[in-house]
Design a protein around this ligand. Structure first.
Ligand SMILES: *[C@@H]1O[C@H](CO)[C@@H](O)[C@H](O)[C@H]1NC(C)=O
Ligand SMILES: *[C@@H]1O[C@H](CO)[C@@H](O)[C@H](O)[C@H]1NC(C)=O
Ligand SMILES: *[C@@H]1O[C@H](CO)[C@@H](O)[C@H](O)[C@H]1NC(C)=O
Ligand SMILES: *[C@@H]1O[C@H](CO)[C@@H](O)[C@H](O)[C@H]1NC(C)=O
Ligand SMILES: *[C@@H]1O[C@H](CO)[C@@H](O)[C@H](O)[C@H]1NC(C)=O
Ligand SMILES: *[C@@H]1O[C@H](CO)[C@@H](O)[C@H](O)[C@H]1NC(C)=O
Ligand SMILES: *[C@@H]1O[C@H](CO)[C@@H](O)[C@H](O)[C@H]1NC(C)=O
Length: 924
């Protein structure tokens, strides 16, 4: 998976963050003096304990004539030749290599106690290696001269040894990003009397006294993700220090739930960065924040703050970074924020802010990121709002009632990298043309109803990710070339032939347009042979012709959706070349013949939808061996033959739709082996998520139109909760197997229009989640099972045209359906049918109806829930891009990045290759 450029962009942002102090790094120098034999031997012994797959330490050798002061990573004292520094922080991390390969680049093994021979060692840096969960050796506590200890992200685990408290000269300690590391207590830290920098990010500390043991020399505290429950900022008489030197306090991603006001009341320092994001802090944003006059970065996002954005924030003149996003703040955006002339980042998204955007924001000439989306803001956004924003790079305004109201000749003062928009139609936004460095354009549902101008497609070549879906953009795309890695043009009015693709395109979605012409030229096009496409969705267009035999050139495809077009001919055998295919959807075309057996090569196939075509013959037996299938739709074809028992091998199925074919024989009684239909358990969610494509940024989700209750609904986000069996309109005979009632996860069951006999299974009430049951037009006889009345989600029932008899059981539930649910059963009587039951029938079902009445109270409640189950499709995809999880992932990523500044350099280079990986950094 690729890490998209969003990160890249925010990296730029963060790399401008507060400049690290000079002390934080080891700064030894090479010397001319030679080292002692004793120290050389000690280092060789140290090397012996290490594993070094890339022979990084090749210069460390006995035979080497040079002395050890010139070995890689070693620094010595200029005058005495004593070894002062071991700097083996790993810089080999290559983010394009596979996870498995990554470890080949790191040092590991053991840390030899021979280091104790190095009496003058001041700096030990083993960061970003992988010591494979060993403990931090306690003898490090005897390296008395140590001033810098950097073990971040080096794969240590276990308890932090208290012996480190003996290192009274320590200025810098970084043990962050060792995910298995814990501290039982931190009292030993009170001996570190000159400590200036402490980082324990992601180390489980859970000891809120931590701040009370730190000396007053402390300048930076990084305790993000440490499980802290309270801020114990020193209260008078409790703490030993008043933190007058503190510049950076990062307590983000903990469990803090204090009122911030109380916590900060006696805390006045020269703080420049305060990060309390991703906690559960409550109350209003307190006035005491003003104590921090030098504050440059104030990050309070993802908490539970309420009230308005305080005006006094306008007095923190040095503020460069203000994030209050994802709280519950209300009211307007104070226009005084326009006074914060150094502001680079203003993130107020995901609150309940209302009113209009103050024009004063338009004078924030340093603003780089502006994020106001997901609020109730309204009104026009005009040129004046951007008048001085020449540095704006990231503009994120979705899910508001704002609309862009600028003249057609507007030339924005900024060059954006990221645009996630607001309403900007109906005219096509001409000003985009002037944006030369945009990498991400997400303007779905923005009300554009216009022809895409000819410059647009050319201009789009440079944009990495494009989503213009859900507008009414028209134009002919026959002759354009697409080059973006993610492209969503769906639900517009585009016409012409399918365009050409470069090898950079990963995802192409053009569904719901007016694209026409034969599909094979597109598939066989020389230009397109180099494609690396993973997702191709051109469903719901006007494509025609045969599928062609060029699948050889599309081997990277994982998701193929050609549904709802006018395709004909057969499925060519070369489809078997798509060995990574997860989803194959050819529904609603005129494809005929049989399924080629080469399809068996597609062993990852989880979604097969060839419904509404002209396939004939029997369903090939090998299909039942494709046990990865989650969704199988063969409906409305001419398949014949008996329903094979092997169908029960498909234990991951959540959608089984074989309706409207010529299948005969009986319904296999082994259906209860389809485990995914038994309960909605997590395992089946896993097999479902295998159907999805991509990461948080380049996302493709399957959707399916189903009509379980008559009217068709599109399921996308909720598809994973669907459990449906539809065998209707075939020639199935025999009994309804009673085993079917053990499929307690099934929501929609349709066996109508067959030749089924016998009774409604008496335990039908066990299928508690049933929302829709259709058994109509069979020869089902006997009385309606009383247990049917306990199906409290049931909102669609059809038992019509069978041979049912007796009284319809009394319950709020069963009488809430109208007579059409029951007609055509000559012997059936009672409400809602007009046929009145005779006394004989009455007394038969008397006792049971009383019990049914008891249930009815809860029934109505559940019906409501059941009906609310379906979602509309449009808009879901955009929600995904912006929801909280997405932001969490993205900030998680950034968080890691900021701590690995050199990595950002790597990233900047790698980003052009688009080969980045989202493995958490520095963990194993
Ligand atoms: C860090 O060092 C640079 C030059 O070596 C100096 O200009 C700067 O003022 C120093 N910063 C601090 C905070 O001491
Ligand atoms: C440790 O080494 C890494 C990689 O070279 C470097 O980025 C980091 O600043 C070093 N740590 C110290 C404290 O010098
Ligand atoms: C140490 O020696 C190197 C190389 O001769 C020289 O560049 C550097 O300035 C010296 N540093 C000190 C602190 O004397
Ligand atoms: C180092 O610290 C440990 C535990 O804190 C203590 O028991 C030990 O005596 C100390 N060693 C030295 C040499 O001070
Ligand atoms: C803040 O300091 C004052 C004066 O020392 C003290 O009276 C008060 O209790 C302190 N507040 C808290 C919350 O500790
Ligand atoms: C706070 O620190 C300053 C500077 O170190 C010192 O002068 C002052 O006495 C300290 N105050 C308290 C209450 O500890
Ligand atoms: C904003 O919301 C508050 C309360 O929810 C309401 O009183 C106020 O009138 C709203 N302001 C605007 C401009 O809509």
């Amino acid at each position: 998976m690729t890490i998209p450029f969003v990160n890249f962009m925010l990296l730029l942002l963060f790399s401008n963050a507060i400049t690290p102090l000079n002390f934080t790094l080891c700064k030894g120098e090479y010397s001319k003096v030679t080292c002692s034999v004793k120290e050389k031997q000690a280092l060789l012994k140290f090397k012996k304990g290490l594993t070094d797959p890339i022979n990084w330490l090749s210069s460390w050798s006995e035979s080497n004539q040079q002395d050890c002061c010139s070995w890689i990573g070693i620094r010595c004292n200029n005058n005495t030749g004593q070894v002062t520094e071991i700097s083996l922080g790993n810089t080999f991390q290559d983010y394009s290599v596979k996870d498995d390969d990554y470890h080949d680049h790191t040092l590991g093994g053991e840390i030899s106690s021979s280091l104790l021979e190095l009496e003058f060692l001041t700096c030990l840096n083993l960061s970003l290696n992988n010591f494979n969960s060993i403990q931090i050796p306690s003898f490090l506590g005897s390296l008395r001269s140590l001033t810098h200890l950097d073990l971040r992200g080096a794969g240590f685990s276990g308890l932090i040894p208290h012996q480190l408290g003996n290192l009274s000269n320590l200025l810098y300690v970084n043990l962050g990003y060792n995910s298995g590391l814990q501290a039982d207590n931190l009292h030993w830290m009170s001996n570190l009397l000159c400590l200036e920098y402490l980082e324990l990010t992601d180390v489980y500390v859970h000891n809120y006294e931590v701040l009370s043991v730190l000396p007053s020399t402390i300048t930076e505290i990084h305790l993000s993700g440490c499980g802290l429950e309270r801020i114990m900022i020193p209260y008078q008489g409790y703490a030993t220090t008043n933190f007058t030197s503190l510049r950076v306090l990062d307590l983000s991603k903990n469990l803090l739930n204090d009122e911030l006001k109380r916590a900060l009341s006696n805390f006045s320092t020269s703080l420049e960065l305060l990060n309390l994001g991703f906690n559960s802090l409550q109350g209003e944003i307190p006035h005491t924040i003003l104590n921090f006059k030098n504050l440059k970065e104030l990050i309070l996002d993802d908490n539970e703050f309420i009230g308005q954005i305080p005006e006094f924030l306008g007095r923190l003149k040095n503020l460069e970074y203000l994030s209050l996003s994802d709280n519950s703040l209300t009211g307007p955006i104070p226009s005084i924020l326009g006074n914060l002339s150094f502001l680079r980042v203003l993130d107020l998204g995901g609150n309940k802010l209302n009113g209009t955007i103050p024009k004063s924001l338009g004078i924030l000439s340093n603003l780089f990121l502006l994020r106001l989306g997901h609020n109730s803001l309204e009104g026009p956004v005009e040129e004046a709002h951007f008048s001085k924003l020449s540095k704006l790079d990231y503009l994120d305004m979705p899910f508001t009632n704002l609309f862009l109201n600028v003249s057609s000749s507007w030339v924005p003062p900024f060059q954006l990298t990221f645009l996630s928009s607001f309403k900007m139609g109906p005219k096509f936004p001409v000003w985009l043309q002037n944006q030369k460095s945009l990498k991400l354009l997400w303007i779905s549902n923005s009300g554009i109803a216009d022809i895409a101008p000819s410059w647009f497609w050319n201009w789009m070549l440079q944009v990495r990710s494009v989503d213009i879906s859900g507008n009414q953009i028209s134009g002919d795309i026959s002759d354009i070339l697409l080059n973006s890695s993610f492209i969503n043009l769906s639900s517009n009015c585009l016409k012409g032939k399918l365009p050409q693709l470069t090898s950079r395109v990963n995802v192409l979605k053009v569904s719901n347009n007016l694209i026409s012409g034969r599909i094979s030229p597109f598939l066989c096009e020389r230009m397109n042979r180099a494609n690396k496409l993973a997702v191709l969705d051109v469903s719901n267009n006007l494509l025609s012709g045969v599928l062609g035999n060029c699948w050889l050139h599309w081997e990277t495809l994982t998701h193929l959706n050609l549904g709802a077009n006018n395709l004909s001919g057969r499925i060519p055998p070369s489809i078997g070349n798509l060995s990574g295919l997860v989803s194959l959807r050819l529904h609603n075309n005129s494809i005929s013949g049989y399924l080629p057996s080469t399809l068996q090569n597609c062993s990852q196939l989880g979604f097969l939808d060839i419904g509404q075509n002209k396939f004939s013959q029997t369903i090939p037996l090998w299909i039942w061996d494709m046990t990865g299938l989650v969704i199988l739709r063969l409906k409305s074809n001419y398949f014949m033959g008996k329903l094979h028992k092997k169908i029960c091998e498909l234990s991951n199925l959540i959608v089984l739709d074989l309706s409207n074919n010529n299948l005969s024989g009986s319904i296999p009684s082994c259906l209860n082996k389809i485990k995914a239909m038994v309960v909605v358990h997590t395992q089946s969610e896993e097999s479902f998520s295998a159907l999805e494509y991509g990461d948080d940024y380049e996302y493709y989700m399957e959707n399916l139109k189903l009509a379980p209750k008559g009217n068709e609904l599109e399921y996308e986000k909720n598809l994973k909760f669907v459990r449906i069996i539809d065998l209707s309109s075939n020639r199935l005979s025999g009994l309804i197997p009673s085993e079917i009632t053990t499929l307690t996860g099934v929501r929609f069951l349709n066996l109508s229009r067959n030749n089924l006999l016998g009774q409604i299974p008496k335990d039908i009430g066990e299928m508690k989640l049933l929302e829709s049951l259709d058994l109509s037009m069979n020869y089902i006889s006997g009385e309606i099972s009383q247990s049917l009345s306990s199906l409290s989600f049931l909102s669609h029932l059809n038992l019509s045209y069978n041979s049912l008899s007796g009284r319809i059981p009394k319950s709020t539930q069963l009488q809430s359906f109208n007579a059409y649910s029951y007609i055509g059963n000559a012997e059936l009587c009672g409400d809602p049918l007009t046929k009145i039951c005779t006394r004989h029938e009455e007394s038969d079902s008397d006792s049971s109806s009383r019990q049914a009445e008891d249930d009815s109270g809860t029934s109505e409640f559940y019906i409501g829930m059941g009906v609310g189950f379906a979602v509309s499709f449009w808009g879901v995809c955009s929600v995904l891009f912006f929801n909280r999880t997405w932001r969490h992932a993205y900030f998680q990523f950034l968080e890691n990045m900021t701590n690995y500044i050199y990595v950002t350099v790597v990233l900047k280079v790698k980003w052009f290759n688009g080969k980045l990986r989202s493995r958490p950094l520095g963990t194993n």
